[in-house]
Write a new protein. Sequence first.
Lengths: 477, 286
Amino acid sequence: MSNWEYAPAPESRDIANLKPAYRMFVDGKFVEGSGDPLKTVNPATEEVLAEVSTASPSDVDTAVKAARRAYDRVWSKMPGAERAKYIFRIARLIQERSRELAVLESLDNGKPIKESRDVDVPTAAAHFFYHAGWADKLGYAGYGPDPRPLGVAGQVIPWNFPLMMAAWKIAPALACGNTVVLKPAETTPLTALVLAEICQQAELPPGVVNILPGAGDVGSELVNHAGVDKVAFTGSTEVGKLIQRALAGSGKKMTMELGGKAANIVFDDAPLDQAVEGIVNGIFFNQGHVCCAGSRLLVQESIADELLDKLRHRVSTLRVGDSLDKNTDVGAINSRAQLEKIQELVAAGDAEGAQRWTSPVPVPDKGFFFAPTVFSDVQQSMRIAREEIFGPVLSVLTFRTPDEAVAKANNTPYGLSAGIWTEKGSRILWAAQRMRAGVVWANTFNRFDPTAPFGGYQESGFGREGGRAGLEAYLDV
Amino acid sequence: MSDRISVAKTYKLYIGGAFPRSESGRSYPVNDSRGGFLANAAQGSRKDARDAVGAARKAFPGWSGATAYNRGQVLYRVAELLEGRREQFVAEVAASEGTKRGESIVDAAIDRWVWYAGWTDKIASVFGAANPVAGPYFSFTVPEPTGVVAVLAPQASSLLGLVSVVAPIIAAGNTCVVVASQDRPLPAITLSEVLATSDVPGGVVNVLTGRTAEIAPWLAAHADVNALDLTGAPEAIRADLERAAAGTVKRLVRGGRGEPDWAREPDVSRMRAVLESKTVWHPMGV
């Protein structure tokens, strides 16, 4: 039999409609920001994609005032049924431009096109579609007959799911009657600015949504602005604590979706092949840049060797490389800084005595890449078992009894998600009840849906996104 | 009236189901509303606060793991015992608050306790959900207690306010450490005597008396406290407490400025504030 060479299946980058320059979106118009412009880079090639204007403190002030005007004069007075139709329009426009958004997202973020195409963009549209329907039904949500919005929401989102996070933030805020000033991440501002264009196409009243690109200083300016009534943050626990501290005594309502170090527990009666797929999805989806990633694998001792053999074999088949290649499984690490952080923690794993296995997969010379890595013989005290790596690195620990699995799973200040693999229904429910985590995936992992509340326990944050529970974040209740 | 010399009560802390004095050995005089001496209360310390958090954490698995029906019965039993101590509470509230409305306040407090006792087995139906996700999965969301809650009890309303903040926390399955009203702590201690003789397990409610501003910062910063109820926080240190709470991303129950009107009908917001939502997914297929 002849050897079948690998043939790439690249998506065309022209579809992204990439422009040389992008501007911030304030009061319904694209305007030049007075901060220092930033250059956003394709992490898979290190080429500059576009120049993006950023906000200065006075731009933040202008945007917050525009959002306040839109809130006072238009959005808070508009009947819910009318708000709903604008939000439905946005959902439809995202669907219409989904291919463009997916390619642009993969270029800017480095994630594989199959993920931006099949997860990020459809989920973003779904969040607008779901929340649109709530806008005129809030009286049925369990917060009293006529729950009121909060006002202007200041929202800061991360770089791992740029468009999807924007949707998770903007859709419920608008549905509940708030207006929004959103700061996308410094390294991934582009799709949020296309979303701004979509708001224009939807004829959303000026000022209802404002998008301000920039770095952390813009985010800080925004959340601390006296005209902001509500702060929603998704990002690291470290920055979440800084924001919570900064807002002490301000009376602003906050929601925080922060880091995680999820346990993915595999019991001895688990369906192993299915579990392997779930483990791979849990930690290598989106290069492991997922706050709810299943980064700590807890395997029952009796099946650990068999499972690890299967896992390494499966991981070695993952293709790493060009984010626009439809065959790519693991794309680029989002930035050099993140790559260095991953390298530093992996070195700590080596130094602390864990056994490292790295996939022998070829990795491109240019761009920020990290080959899928599995550490075994990991102890709970090691940094790679305690700290969020936010990369394609799995730490494997073992347990003997179900009680030990639960104790190890919960031995973390985080509490965002957990995974359970077993064929025994009663064991699933037993373990799910004991996980101190906001999302528990049993015999699956990394599932998201706008109807299913998402959010953390403990230092993974507070508040929920999605479902009826998620509306509370944007209502004065 | 006989000439008999009455037996005065020693008011102590309530930690882990026991009534210790403060480890610091300190006490402070508690006066009635006209300045007359009522009793010496224990002046709780940082170490007392830590012991109380430890006791609350230890009690959490049992209390949060009890069935909702069981928690409801246990809490209803507390209301029965409160009713039996009605006269004592009326006297203490009247003395502490200098009010003639002691009877109606105590009645309202008992009724409020009954209201929350009836909530335990409704919480999951009212706050939970079956999520109609777009895929072959069964997804449901259940409310769960957030953990150990530190409570700065209302300063003015020594019983009705206290019950209004504590009952929702434990009805939702949390355990708590309560810093009683600084100047009006006696009804809180008597309530803890009721709890001690009820079926509420030791450690579910722990009551500290003393200086709120001295004890609160330790609770706000304690890594094993999941939520902080600031209802009775002194205005001057409120922001500091929120800052300290950020160190471990605690949930905050802020309350507004000044004390709410506790006579108003309660709603579910105090329970919601100390509940987490847990979403569980499982594939469907053959």
